[in-house]
Design a protein around this ligand. Structure first.
Ligand code: ZN
Length: 330
């Protein structure tokens, strides 16, 4: 959901890109994959991209209880995806290769760092005094964090964000990226929005994505990406990240739409799936390219049916991942 109780930005604040929109762009990923086709590795990559049947594709369905995600789907059962296929199998007995103690990361994102920020925390609702504390976001002061929304049946946004984030991490790691989380169900609440931004900054992240789902009235459907506005004040200065963050956001929007089949939000962003905001500490304080994604509306029954589906969440993770890969030129 939105990260405060303020009303959504007026439609005029939702800026539309003057450049060719994301939905008019060719998929650079598809081109890149096609270029790899002759190699042994490509078949595996292609399978990952096109079928979405990676090792994490069929994890057990998390229960609706807040604590369940700690033992649920995500990173653990999909770690095997980091085991890259062995192109060397065909080039048998290459005599000279010394045994490397620890193979460096391989893949299109080798050497890249991606910070994933699972929105909210399932414990926040038990720690209201802590998360209500005001923090400095440069341009203003805001609550440290919020509880997030739920579906009508009680599936928490914070469970959703963690699950999609873990699936995304598995996919990104399989492509060689170093992935840093702002939290991983390893703390009782938070972190605060200023700390979430700081984690991305201190990791020197090449891209940062904050994962959310919205909580607005039924009938409002679809996803949107929130891009940083140009702001300057206190510790906030987004002048250097506005451009690359838009690129990141457009690529995620296009890939998310393709991967999930979801449409851009029908209630803001003028159908572009892109919204610019100047009131989010997580964006204002970032010095690295960063966007938020609102994957759908938890309060709409049709969107909720998707958000509560592990198979759909895997597609969501693939869309986010492919957008990041496109942005990083992988
Ligand atoms: Zn949220």
């Amino acid at each position: 959901m939105r990260y405060d109780d303020s009303p959504p930005p007026p439609e005029s604040a939702a800026s539309v890109s003057p450049d060719p929109p994301w939905y008019a762009r060719r998929s650079t990923l598809a081109v890149a994959v096609a270029a790899l086709a002759p190699t042994a590795l490509a078949g595996w990559v292609l399978t990952q991209v096109l079928t979405g049947s990676g090792p994490g594709g069929q994890p057990p369905q998390p229960k609706a209880l807040p604590a369940s995600h700690t033992a649920g789907a995500g990173a653990g059962d999909a770690k095997s995806s980091t085991t890259t296929p062995s192109p060397a199998a065909s080039a048998s007995a290459s005599a000279s290769a010394p045994a490397a103690p620890a193979a460096p990361a391989k893949g299109p994102l080798a050497g890249r760092t991606v910070v994933i920020d699972p929105g909210h925390n399932t414990g926040n609702f038990k720690h209201t005094s802590e998360i209500d504390r005001q923090v400095d976001i440069g341009t203003n002061r805001k609550e440290c964090d919020t509880t997030g929304t739920t579906t009508n049946s009680g599936y928490m946004e914070a469970e959703f964000t963690l699950d999609v984030s873990r699936r995304t991490r598995t996919l990104l790691e399989s492509k060689g990226a170093k992935v840093v989380f702002t939290h991983d169900a390893d703390r009782p609440w938070g972190p605060c929005i200023d700390e979430r931004a700081r984690i991305g900054n201190e990791a020197n992240a090449d891209a940062v994505v904050s994962v959310h789902a919205d909580g607005v009235s039924a009938g409002n459907r679809g996803f949107h990406i929130i891009l940083p506005a140009t702001v300057k004040g206190g510790a906030a200065d987004t002048s250097k990240i506005v451009g690359p963050s838009r690129d990141l956001g457009e690529r995620i929007a296009g890939n998310f739409a393709r991967s999930t089949g979801s449409a851009p939000a029908n209630y803001l962003g003028s159908g572009t799936g892109l919204v610019v905001r100047d009131d989010l500490g997580g964006l204002n304080l970032s010095t690295r390219p960063k966007v938020f994604i609102e994957c759908g509306n938890m309060r709409d029954a049709k969107d909720a049916a998707q958000l509560t589906s592990p198979q759909w969440r895997q597609k969501a993770a693939e869309g986010i991942t492919n957008g990041i890969v496109g942005f990083l030129g992988g």
